[in-house]
Design a protein around this ligand. Structure first.
Ligand code: ADP
Ligand code: ASP
Ligand code: MG
Length: 418
Protein backbone atom coordinates (compact mmCIF):
# COMPACT_ATOMS: atom_id res chain seq x y z
CA UNK A 1 0.00 0.00 0.00
CA UNK A 2 1.38 3.34 -1.04
CA UNK A 3 0.41 6.91 -1.76
CA UNK A 4 -0.52 7.73 -5.34
CA UNK A 5 -1.14 11.26 -6.62
CA UNK A 6 -3.27 11.44 -9.76
CA UNK A 7 -3.82 14.57 -11.84
CA UNK A 8 -6.59 15.05 -14.41
CA UNK A 9 -6.51 17.96 -16.85
CA UNK A 10 -9.36 20.10 -18.17
CA UNK A 11 -10.44 17.83 -21.04
CA UNK A 12 -10.60 14.87 -18.65
CA UNK A 13 -13.18 16.64 -16.43
CA UNK A 14 -14.97 18.58 -19.18
CA UNK A 15 -18.52 17.30 -18.43
CA UNK A 16 -20.42 15.22 -15.84
CA UNK A 17 -19.88 11.97 -17.77
CA UNK A 18 -16.12 12.57 -17.90
CA UNK A 19 -16.10 13.45 -14.19
CA UNK A 20 -17.68 10.05 -13.54
CA UNK A 21 -14.97 8.40 -15.67
CA UNK A 22 -12.34 10.16 -13.56
CA UNK A 23 -14.09 8.98 -10.39
CA UNK A 24 -13.78 5.41 -11.73
CA UNK A 25 -10.04 5.84 -12.34
CA UNK A 26 -9.61 7.22 -8.83
CA UNK A 27 -11.60 4.43 -7.19
CA UNK A 28 -9.61 1.86 -9.15
CA UNK A 29 -6.40 3.17 -7.57
CA UNK A 30 -8.03 3.16 -4.12
CA UNK A 31 -9.21 -0.42 -4.71
CA UNK A 32 -5.59 -1.37 -5.47
CA UNK A 33 -5.00 -0.61 -1.78
CA UNK A 34 -3.44 2.83 -2.18
CA UNK A 35 -4.06 6.15 -0.46
CA UNK A 36 -5.14 8.51 -3.21
CA UNK A 37 -4.84 12.26 -3.65
CA UNK A 38 -6.36 13.59 -6.87
CA UNK A 39 -5.51 16.98 -8.32
CA UNK A 40 -7.85 18.43 -10.94
CA UNK A 41 -7.90 21.34 -13.35
CA UNK A 42 -10.86 23.51 -14.23
CA UNK A 43 -13.48 21.90 -16.49
CA UNK A 44 -12.79 22.06 -20.23
CA UNK A 45 -11.96 25.59 -21.41
CA UNK A 46 -13.16 27.28 -18.20
CA UNK A 47 -9.87 29.13 -17.59
CA UNK A 48 -9.83 30.51 -21.16
CA UNK A 49 -13.44 31.58 -20.74
CA UNK A 50 -12.72 33.37 -17.45
CA UNK A 51 -9.76 35.20 -18.99
CA UNK A 52 -11.95 36.30 -21.90
CA UNK A 53 -14.63 37.46 -19.50
CA UNK A 54 -12.15 39.57 -17.52
CA UNK A 55 -10.79 41.16 -20.71
CA UNK A 56 -14.34 42.08 -21.72
CA UNK A 57 -14.67 43.94 -18.44
CA UNK A 58 -11.30 45.69 -18.75
CA UNK A 59 -8.35 45.23 -21.13
CA UNK A 60 -5.81 45.29 -18.27
CA UNK A 61 -7.31 43.41 -15.33
CA UNK A 62 -5.55 43.63 -11.98
CA UNK A 63 -3.43 40.53 -11.37
CA UNK A 64 -4.74 39.93 -7.82
CA UNK A 65 -8.33 40.02 -9.06
CA UNK A 66 -7.39 37.73 -11.98
CA UNK A 67 -6.15 35.14 -9.47
CA UNK A 68 -9.37 35.50 -7.47
CA UNK A 69 -11.30 34.85 -10.69
CA UNK A 70 -9.24 32.05 -12.25
CA UNK A 71 -8.95 30.06 -9.02
CA UNK A 72 -12.74 29.58 -9.05
CA UNK A 73 -12.48 27.23 -12.06
CA UNK A 74 -10.72 24.50 -10.10
CA UNK A 75 -13.03 24.95 -7.13
CA UNK A 76 -15.97 23.87 -9.31
CA UNK A 77 -14.29 20.69 -10.56
CA UNK A 78 -13.02 19.51 -7.13
CA UNK A 79 -16.50 19.71 -5.60
CA UNK A 80 -18.10 17.87 -8.54
CA UNK A 81 -15.44 15.14 -8.53
CA UNK A 82 -15.78 14.63 -4.77
CA UNK A 83 -19.56 14.26 -5.25
CA UNK A 84 -19.04 11.75 -8.08
CA UNK A 85 -16.68 9.66 -5.93
CA UNK A 86 -19.09 9.80 -2.98
CA UNK A 87 -21.98 8.70 -5.22
CA UNK A 88 -20.07 5.44 -5.75
CA UNK A 89 -20.00 4.82 -2.00
CA UNK A 90 -16.47 6.04 -1.25
CA UNK A 91 -15.47 8.76 1.18
CA UNK A 92 -14.04 11.83 -0.50
CA UNK A 93 -13.23 15.39 0.51
CA UNK A 94 -12.43 18.35 -1.75
CA UNK A 95 -9.86 20.95 -0.68
CA UNK A 96 -8.76 24.20 -2.27
CA UNK A 97 -5.17 25.45 -2.15
CA UNK A 98 -5.79 27.49 0.98
CA UNK A 99 -7.43 24.59 2.85
CA UNK A 100 -4.50 22.30 2.09
CA UNK A 101 -1.88 24.95 2.80
CA UNK A 102 -0.20 25.18 -0.60
CA UNK A 103 2.01 28.14 0.23
CA UNK A 104 3.38 30.21 -2.65
CA UNK A 105 5.49 33.28 -3.22
CA UNK A 106 3.73 36.59 -3.02
CA UNK A 107 3.41 36.99 -6.82
CA UNK A 108 0.18 36.90 -8.78
CA UNK A 109 -0.44 34.84 -11.95
CA UNK A 110 2.83 32.88 -11.91
CA UNK A 111 3.65 32.17 -8.27
CA UNK A 112 6.02 29.38 -7.28
CA UNK A 113 5.10 26.91 -4.55
CA UNK A 114 7.41 27.34 -1.56
CA UNK A 115 5.84 24.90 0.92
CA UNK A 116 3.00 22.40 1.23
CA UNK A 117 1.49 21.65 4.62
CA UNK A 118 0.77 17.95 4.89
CA UNK A 119 -1.03 17.72 8.27
CA UNK A 120 -4.59 17.95 6.93
CA UNK A 121 -3.81 15.73 3.95
CA UNK A 122 -2.30 13.08 6.24
CA UNK A 123 -5.28 13.27 8.59
CA UNK A 124 -7.83 12.71 5.78
CA UNK A 125 -5.75 9.88 4.29
CA UNK A 126 -5.54 8.20 7.69
CA UNK A 127 -9.34 8.32 7.85
CA UNK A 128 -9.46 6.47 4.53
CA UNK A 129 -10.73 9.42 2.51
CA UNK A 130 -9.89 10.16 -1.10
CA UNK A 131 -8.70 13.78 -1.25
CA UNK A 132 -9.56 15.95 -4.25
CA UNK A 133 -7.29 19.01 -4.43
CA UNK A 134 -7.69 22.11 -6.61
CA UNK A 135 -4.73 22.40 -8.97
CA UNK A 136 -3.14 25.64 -10.22
CA UNK A 137 -3.72 27.60 -6.99
CA UNK A 138 -2.04 28.42 -3.74
CA UNK A 139 -2.05 30.98 -0.99
CA UNK A 140 0.56 33.39 0.31
CA UNK A 141 1.52 33.54 3.98
CA UNK A 142 -0.74 36.64 4.12
CA UNK A 143 -3.74 34.62 2.94
CA UNK A 144 -3.78 36.02 -0.60
CA UNK A 145 -4.91 33.59 -3.32
CA UNK A 146 -2.36 33.03 -6.09
CA UNK A 147 -2.16 30.95 -9.29
CA UNK A 148 0.84 29.11 -10.67
CA UNK A 149 0.72 30.01 -14.39
CA UNK A 150 -1.17 28.33 -17.25
CA UNK A 151 -0.93 24.54 -17.06
CA UNK A 152 0.13 24.80 -13.41
CA UNK A 153 -2.05 21.95 -12.09
CA UNK A 154 0.71 19.54 -13.16
CA UNK A 155 3.02 21.36 -10.76
CA UNK A 156 0.45 21.24 -7.95
CA UNK A 157 0.25 17.45 -8.38
CA UNK A 158 3.99 16.83 -8.44
CA UNK A 159 4.60 19.18 -5.50
CA UNK A 160 1.95 17.35 -3.43
CA UNK A 161 3.51 14.02 -4.43
CA UNK A 162 6.92 15.30 -3.28
CA UNK A 163 5.52 16.67 0.01
CA UNK A 164 3.75 13.37 0.81
CA UNK A 165 6.69 11.31 -0.40
CA UNK A 166 4.22 9.55 -2.71
CA UNK A 167 5.11 6.39 -4.57
CA UNK A 168 4.12 7.85 -7.93
CA UNK A 169 2.53 10.85 -9.60
CA UNK A 170 0.34 10.02 -12.62
CA UNK A 171 -0.58 12.88 -14.96
CA UNK A 172 -3.69 11.75 -16.85
CA UNK A 173 -4.41 13.69 -20.03
CA UNK A 174 -6.04 13.55 -23.46
CA UNK A 175 -3.09 11.85 -25.23
CA UNK A 176 -1.47 8.52 -24.42
CA UNK A 177 1.86 9.84 -23.17
CA UNK A 178 4.78 11.98 -24.23
CA UNK A 179 5.36 11.91 -27.97
CA UNK A 180 8.42 13.17 -29.86
CA UNK A 181 6.27 16.15 -30.81
CA UNK A 182 2.66 17.28 -30.45
CA UNK A 183 0.68 14.42 -32.05
CA UNK A 184 -1.88 16.96 -33.25
CA UNK A 185 0.80 18.34 -35.59
CA UNK A 186 2.46 15.04 -36.59
CA UNK A 187 -0.18 12.29 -36.06
CA UNK A 188 2.28 9.49 -36.85
CA UNK A 189 4.93 10.64 -34.38
CA UNK A 190 6.58 8.14 -32.02
CA UNK A 191 5.45 7.86 -28.42
CA UNK A 192 8.18 7.49 -25.79
CA UNK A 193 7.86 4.66 -23.24
CA UNK A 194 10.50 6.37 -21.16
CA UNK A 195 12.16 9.80 -21.23
CA UNK A 196 14.62 11.49 -18.87
CA UNK A 197 13.67 14.40 -16.59
CA UNK A 198 16.36 16.45 -18.31
CA UNK A 199 14.95 15.96 -21.83
CA UNK A 200 11.35 16.38 -20.68
CA UNK A 201 12.25 19.58 -18.85
CA UNK A 202 13.87 21.09 -21.96
CA UNK A 203 10.95 19.95 -24.14
CA UNK A 204 8.42 21.47 -21.74
CA UNK A 205 10.41 24.72 -21.60
CA UNK A 206 10.58 25.04 -25.39
CA UNK A 207 6.86 24.55 -25.90
CA UNK A 208 5.77 20.91 -25.43
CA UNK A 209 2.83 21.89 -23.25
CA UNK A 210 1.96 18.32 -22.25
CA UNK A 211 3.65 19.10 -18.91
CA UNK A 212 4.12 22.37 -17.04
CA UNK A 213 7.92 22.92 -16.92
CA UNK A 214 7.98 23.45 -13.15
CA UNK A 215 6.27 20.09 -12.61
CA UNK A 216 9.23 18.37 -14.28
CA UNK A 217 11.70 20.56 -12.37
CA UNK A 218 10.02 19.56 -9.09
CA UNK A 219 9.85 15.86 -10.03
CA UNK A 220 13.57 15.93 -10.85
CA UNK A 221 14.49 17.79 -7.67
CA UNK A 222 12.59 15.42 -5.38
CA UNK A 223 12.99 12.30 -7.51
CA UNK A 224 9.24 11.78 -7.92
CA UNK A 225 8.52 8.98 -10.42
CA UNK A 226 6.24 10.63 -12.96
CA UNK A 227 3.97 9.13 -15.61
CA UNK A 228 1.99 10.83 -18.37
CA UNK A 229 -0.93 8.60 -19.39
CA UNK A 230 -4.36 8.59 -20.98
CA UNK A 231 -7.53 9.43 -19.06
CA UNK A 232 -9.47 7.42 -21.61
CA UNK A 233 -7.32 4.24 -21.79
CA UNK A 234 -6.62 3.48 -18.17
CA UNK A 235 -4.70 0.25 -18.83
CA UNK A 236 -2.03 2.00 -20.91
CA UNK A 237 1.04 2.90 -18.90
CA UNK A 238 1.89 5.92 -21.05
CA UNK A 239 5.34 7.45 -20.62
CA UNK A 240 7.57 7.12 -17.57
CA UNK A 241 9.82 10.07 -16.78
CA UNK A 242 12.92 9.21 -14.78
CA UNK A 243 16.45 10.40 -13.93
CA UNK A 244 19.10 10.54 -16.62
CA UNK A 245 21.29 7.99 -14.80
CA UNK A 246 18.66 5.30 -15.30
CA UNK A 247 18.51 5.71 -19.06
CA UNK A 248 20.40 3.22 -21.17
CA UNK A 249 20.01 4.42 -24.73
CA UNK A 250 19.66 7.91 -26.02
CA UNK A 251 18.42 8.88 -29.41
CA UNK A 252 20.30 11.94 -30.66
CA UNK A 253 16.96 13.77 -30.77
CA UNK A 254 14.20 12.81 -28.33
CA UNK A 255 11.71 15.48 -29.30
CA UNK A 256 10.79 18.58 -31.27
CA UNK A 257 8.65 21.50 -30.06
CA UNK A 258 7.66 25.01 -31.08
CA UNK A 259 7.00 28.08 -29.00
CA UNK A 260 4.88 30.77 -30.65
CA UNK A 261 4.51 32.93 -27.56
CA UNK A 262 7.62 35.09 -27.99
CA UNK A 263 8.41 38.32 -29.83
CA UNK A 264 11.77 39.49 -31.10
CA UNK A 265 13.07 42.95 -30.28
CA UNK A 266 15.87 44.42 -32.38
CA UNK A 267 17.85 47.37 -31.09
CA UNK A 268 19.87 48.89 -33.92
CA UNK A 269 22.50 51.66 -33.96
CA UNK A 270 23.68 51.21 -30.41
CA UNK A 271 26.94 52.82 -29.29
CA UNK A 272 29.72 50.20 -29.42
CA UNK A 273 31.10 50.93 -25.96
CA UNK A 274 31.61 48.76 -22.86
CA UNK A 275 28.53 48.45 -20.65
CA UNK A 276 25.82 48.91 -23.30
CA UNK A 277 24.57 45.29 -23.16
CA UNK A 278 24.96 45.20 -19.37
CA UNK A 279 22.86 48.32 -18.95
CA UNK A 280 20.11 46.94 -21.21
CA UNK A 281 19.82 43.50 -19.66
CA UNK A 282 20.17 44.71 -16.07
CA UNK A 283 17.23 47.09 -16.69
CA UNK A 284 15.12 44.27 -18.16
CA UNK A 285 15.99 41.92 -15.28
CA UNK A 286 15.14 44.59 -12.70
CA UNK A 287 11.66 44.70 -14.22
CA UNK A 288 11.30 40.91 -13.96
CA UNK A 289 11.44 40.46 -17.73
CA UNK A 290 13.03 37.17 -18.80
CA UNK A 291 15.05 37.27 -21.99
CA UNK A 292 15.48 34.10 -24.02
CA UNK A 293 17.58 34.20 -27.22
CA UNK A 294 20.16 36.99 -27.65
CA UNK A 295 22.46 37.94 -30.52
CA UNK A 296 24.76 40.91 -30.88
CA UNK A 297 26.07 41.80 -34.31
CA UNK A 298 29.70 42.60 -35.15
CA UNK A 299 30.32 46.29 -34.67
CA UNK A 300 30.80 48.61 -37.64
CA UNK A 301 31.26 52.41 -37.72
CA UNK A 302 31.24 52.53 -33.92
CA UNK A 303 27.73 51.03 -33.62
CA UNK A 304 26.27 47.56 -33.27
CA UNK A 305 22.87 45.99 -32.76
CA UNK A 306 21.38 43.57 -30.26
CA UNK A 307 18.37 41.33 -30.93
CA UNK A 308 16.62 39.34 -28.22
CA UNK A 309 13.34 37.57 -27.58
CA UNK A 310 10.87 38.00 -24.71
CA UNK A 311 7.43 36.58 -23.93
CA UNK A 312 4.73 38.37 -25.91
CA UNK A 313 2.98 39.24 -22.66
CA UNK A 314 6.10 41.16 -21.55
CA UNK A 315 6.13 43.41 -24.61
CA UNK A 316 4.59 46.51 -22.97
CA UNK A 317 6.91 46.52 -19.92
CA UNK A 318 9.86 45.78 -22.26
CA UNK A 319 9.06 48.81 -24.42
CA UNK A 320 8.87 50.98 -21.31
CA UNK A 321 12.32 49.77 -20.23
CA UNK A 322 13.67 50.37 -23.76
CA UNK A 323 12.45 53.96 -23.79
CA UNK A 324 14.50 54.73 -20.67
CA UNK A 325 17.44 52.75 -22.03
CA UNK A 326 17.43 54.68 -25.34
CA UNK A 327 17.47 57.94 -23.41
CA UNK A 328 20.35 56.74 -21.22
CA UNK A 329 22.58 55.65 -24.14
CA UNK A 330 21.42 58.49 -26.33
CA UNK A 331 20.56 56.36 -29.35
CA UNK A 332 19.26 53.04 -30.61
CA UNK A 333 16.28 52.23 -32.82
CA UNK A 334 13.69 49.66 -31.72
CA UNK A 335 12.11 47.19 -34.15
CA UNK A 336 9.55 44.58 -33.05
CA UNK A 337 8.97 41.30 -34.88
CA UNK A 338 5.89 39.41 -33.71
CA UNK A 339 5.87 36.94 -36.59
CA UNK A 340 8.19 34.42 -34.98
CA UNK A 341 8.17 30.85 -33.68
CA UNK A 342 11.04 29.18 -31.88
CA UNK A 343 11.45 25.61 -33.10
CA UNK A 344 13.71 23.42 -30.98
CA UNK A 345 15.13 19.91 -31.02
CA UNK A 346 16.03 18.29 -27.71
CA UNK A 347 18.05 15.16 -27.00
CA UNK A 348 20.53 14.05 -24.34
CA UNK A 349 22.17 11.94 -27.06
CA UNK A 350 23.28 14.96 -29.09
CA UNK A 351 26.06 15.66 -26.57
CA UNK A 352 28.63 13.39 -28.20
CA UNK A 353 27.27 13.26 -31.74
CA UNK A 354 28.63 16.02 -33.99
CA UNK A 355 26.58 17.24 -36.95
CA UNK A 356 23.12 17.33 -35.37
CA UNK A 357 22.94 21.12 -35.71
CA UNK A 358 24.04 20.88 -39.35
CA UNK A 359 21.34 18.27 -40.00
CA UNK A 360 18.72 20.53 -38.43
CA UNK A 361 19.72 23.58 -40.50
CA UNK A 362 19.82 21.51 -43.71
CA UNK A 363 16.40 19.96 -43.06
CA UNK A 364 14.93 23.46 -42.62
CA UNK A 365 16.75 24.80 -45.68
CA UNK A 366 15.38 21.95 -47.80
CA UNK A 367 11.87 23.19 -46.92
CA UNK A 368 12.88 26.75 -47.77
CA UNK A 369 12.51 27.81 -44.14
CA UNK A 370 14.64 30.81 -43.22
CA UNK A 371 16.38 30.86 -39.82
CA UNK A 372 16.19 34.31 -38.21
CA UNK A 373 18.15 33.51 -35.03
CA UNK A 374 19.59 30.40 -33.45
CA UNK A 375 20.92 29.23 -30.12
CA UNK A 376 22.36 26.01 -28.78
CA UNK A 377 22.88 24.46 -25.38
CA UNK A 378 24.15 21.05 -24.32
CA UNK A 379 21.00 19.08 -25.18
CA UNK A 380 18.99 21.59 -27.25
CA UNK A 381 19.20 23.53 -30.51
CA UNK A 382 16.65 26.25 -31.24
CA UNK A 383 15.92 28.14 -34.46
CA UNK A 384 13.70 31.17 -34.79
CA UNK A 385 11.54 30.94 -37.92
CA UNK A 386 8.49 32.72 -39.30
CA UNK A 387 5.33 31.71 -37.43
CA UNK A 388 3.63 30.25 -40.49
CA UNK A 389 6.58 27.87 -40.97
CA UNK A 390 6.45 26.38 -37.46
CA UNK A 391 4.36 23.30 -38.22
CA UNK A 392 6.26 22.53 -41.44
CA UNK A 393 9.53 22.86 -39.56
CA UNK A 394 8.30 20.41 -36.90
CA UNK A 395 7.21 17.91 -39.57
CA UNK A 396 10.53 18.22 -41.43
CA UNK A 397 12.54 17.73 -38.23
CA UNK A 398 10.54 14.67 -37.15
CA UNK A 399 11.29 13.12 -40.53
CA UNK A 400 14.95 14.14 -40.46
CA UNK A 401 15.59 12.63 -37.02
CA UNK A 402 13.57 9.42 -37.50
CA UNK A 403 10.79 10.31 -35.05
CA UNK A 404 7.88 9.06 -37.12
CA UNK A 405 6.18 5.73 -36.46
CA UNK A 406 3.74 3.36 -38.12
CA UNK A 407 1.03 4.22 -35.58
CA UNK A 408 -1.32 7.15 -35.70
CA UNK A 409 -1.77 8.81 -32.29
CA UNK A 410 -5.32 9.05 -30.99
CA UNK A 411 -6.02 12.62 -30.00
CA UNK A 412 -9.18 13.88 -28.35
CA UNK A 413 -10.30 17.47 -27.94
CA UNK A 414 -9.72 20.57 -30.04
CA UNK A 415 -6.75 21.34 -32.24
CA UNK A 416 -4.18 23.75 -30.77
CA UNK A 417 -3.78 27.05 -32.56
CA UNK A 418 -0.04 26.66 -33.24
P1 ADP B 1 -4.39 18.80 -19.77
O1 ADP B 1 -5.63 19.61 -19.94
O2 ADP B 1 -4.67 17.36 -19.51
O3 ADP B 1 -3.41 19.40 -18.83
P2 ADP B 1 -2.80 19.80 -21.98
O4 ADP B 1 -3.58 20.36 -23.12
O5 ADP B 1 -2.16 20.75 -21.04
O6 ADP B 1 -3.74 18.77 -21.21
O7 ADP B 1 -1.65 18.81 -22.50
C1 ADP B 1 -1.97 17.78 -23.39
C2 ADP B 1 -1.74 18.24 -24.81
O8 ADP B 1 -0.36 18.52 -24.99
C3 ADP B 1 -2.04 17.19 -25.85
O9 ADP B 1 -3.39 17.20 -26.22
C4 ADP B 1 -1.11 17.56 -27.01
O10 ADP B 1 -1.78 18.24 -28.04
C5 ADP B 1 -0.11 18.54 -26.38
N1 ADP B 1 1.30 18.19 -26.62
C6 ADP B 1 2.26 19.06 -27.02
N2 ADP B 1 3.43 18.45 -27.17
C7 ADP B 1 3.24 17.16 -26.82
C8 ADP B 1 4.10 16.02 -26.75
N3 ADP B 1 5.41 16.10 -27.05
N4 ADP B 1 3.58 14.84 -26.35
C9 ADP B 1 2.27 14.75 -26.02
N5 ADP B 1 1.40 15.79 -26.08
C10 ADP B 1 1.87 16.98 -26.47
N1 ASP C 1 -6.83 25.55 -15.38
C1 ASP C 1 -5.48 26.04 -15.54
C2 ASP C 1 -5.20 26.33 -17.01
O1 ASP C 1 -6.08 26.13 -17.86
C3 ASP C 1 -4.44 25.13 -14.95
C4 ASP C 1 -4.30 23.77 -15.62
O2 ASP C 1 -5.18 23.34 -16.37
O3 ASP C 1 -3.29 23.14 -15.37
O4 ASP C 1 -4.13 26.76 -17.33
MG1 MG D 1 -1.87 20.82 -19.01
Amino acid sequence: MGIIVQKFGGTSVADPQKIHNVAKAVIREKENGNDVVVVVSAMGHTTDYLIKLAKEVTPNPDSREMDMLLSTGEQVSIALLAMAIQSNGYEAVSMNGQQVGIITENIHSKARIVDIKTEKLQKHLKEGKIIVVAGFQGVTTDGEITTLGRGGSDTSAVAIAAALNADRCDIYTDVEGVYATDPRIVPNVQKADIISYEEMLELARVGANVLHPRSVETAKQFNVPLRVRSSFKLDNLGTLIIGVDNMEIYKPVAGVAADTSQVRILLANLPDIPGTAARLFVALAKNNISVDMIIQSLASNGTNSIAFTVDAEDITPSLNVLKEFQASVNGGEVLIDEDIAKVSIVGAGMVDRPGIAADMFRALAEKDINIKMLSTSEIKISCLVEKENANNAIKALCKEFGLESEDIAVVKGDLPNV
